[in-house]
Write a protein that binds this ligand. Structure first.
Ligand code: KG4
Length: 336
């Protein structure tokens, strides 16, 4: 089954063609990061316009790269939630039009379910159940992936997402947007014990996360140093910040793994590219005897292939969209 998959939830326009959920025939991405860098973050209206400009040509390019024609397609899939509403609507409307014009089924896909499915592409043998940490610019979740289409949130951020914090601190440090990658590189060789930053724990919900305190404490620290005319030791700060984020994420994921006893832990989303988080997880999983699934960096960020993969399993479970399909800025992952 060849699925044409569309992703436009944030600042990447992506179109992929995926066969039977696991084989990527084409994966085309047009990133808008350069455009948004000027403003230090994603400008939703600009994102929508850029998606409109890119999407048709990208779909043609995906077909060309896969050496397929339109009649070789069996379904059209699209990210319909969560994300920037205007950006999502571009993909949803393109997918609706394509499905209608080609007489194909339409499959709506939840963006975070897509991120989780990046693992199915990277690890052809992987099957649910497993525990998945989803950490991106807009999401920080610990998910119980019971089956391909049944999922429950075990812990979620109550405020900022981890990637959002990396981006905000990076911006103040003059590292550009998106800042997670540059922060990660800056942290290499830095002293992660130089600054003691808060690790938040919520008594009533031990699996939940909160990054706003860490973000504020780090920003205050930087501003204080700047006000005193002192140089900000960027490498040590980036290392200390990365350590704090990792210390909040890893123990919670491992606690979930202990409770559920699946023996499998996966990590997805742009922040899964972080070397400190990857290293700490590898150690924790080795110690606890869990198999760790870390998709390659190319599959960690937003892409169309992950949407095409999840779409296949949604299709098998009977999920279909029609011409009334809408986009949603927020939607619980358990609802699909
Ligand atoms: O999954 P993604 O591409 O888009 C969203 O759906 O949000 O994630 C982008 C996020 C950005 O916040 C970016 O700064 C962060 O992932 N990121 C990183 C790293 N690479 C990307 N954060 C920390 N360390 C990295 N190496």
């Amino acid at each position: 089954m060849n699925i044409l998959a569309i992703e436009s939830s944030c600042d990447e326009t992506a179109v992929a063609i995926v066969r039977d959920g696991r084989e990527v025939l084409a994966d085309c991405i047009a990133s808008q990061a350069e455009m948004h860098e000027i403003y230090g973050g994603v400008v939703p209206e600009i994102a929508s316009r850029k998606h409109i400009e890119a999407i048709s040509a990208l779909a043609e390019e995906a077909l060309r790269r896969a050496s397929l024609s339109r009649k070789d397609l069996d379904a059209v899939a699209v990210t319909y939630a969560p994300g920037l509403i205007g950006a999502l609507l571009v993909g949803v409307n393109f997918a609706k039009a394509a499905a209608y014009a080609l007489g194909l089924p339409l499959i709506p896909v939840h963006h975070v379910r897509g991120h989780i499915a990046a693992n199915y592409i990277a690890y052809p043998e992987l099957q649910p159940p497993f525990v998945c940490l989803c950490v991106s610019g807009g999401t920080s979740l610990i998910v119980d992936v019971r089956s391909y289409t049944e999922m429950e949130i075990l812990g979620a951020t109550r405020d900022d997402a981890a990637g959002e914090c990396f981006d905000k601190i990076a911006r103040v440090l003059g590292l550009g947007y998106p800042g997670g990658g540059p922060m990660d590189r800056m942290a290499q060789g830095g002293d992660d014990t130089r600054f003691v930053l808060p690790r938040v724990h919520m008594q009533d919900a031990p699996m939940d996360l909160s990054f706003s305190g860490l973000k504020t404490a780090t920003l205050n620290l930087i501003h204080n140093l700047q006000q005193k005319g002192e140089e900000v030791p960027r490498s040590d700060l980036a290392a200390s910040f990365s350590a704090a984020v990792s210390d909040m994420l890893i123990p919670r994921v491992m606690e979930a793994a202990k409770r559920l006893q699946y023996g499998k832990v996966a990590v997805v989303g742009g922040v899964a590219a972080n070397s400190r988080i990857r290293r700490d997880l590898e150690k924790a999983c080795q110690k606890s005897g869990n198999e760790l699934y870390l998709p390659p960096l190319s599959l960690c960020g937003d892409n169309g292939a992950m949407i095409g993969s999840q779409a296949y399993y949604e299709y098998l479970a009977g999920k279909r969209g029609n011409s009334t399909l809408n986009a949603y800025a927020n939607r619980d992952i358990s609802l699909g």
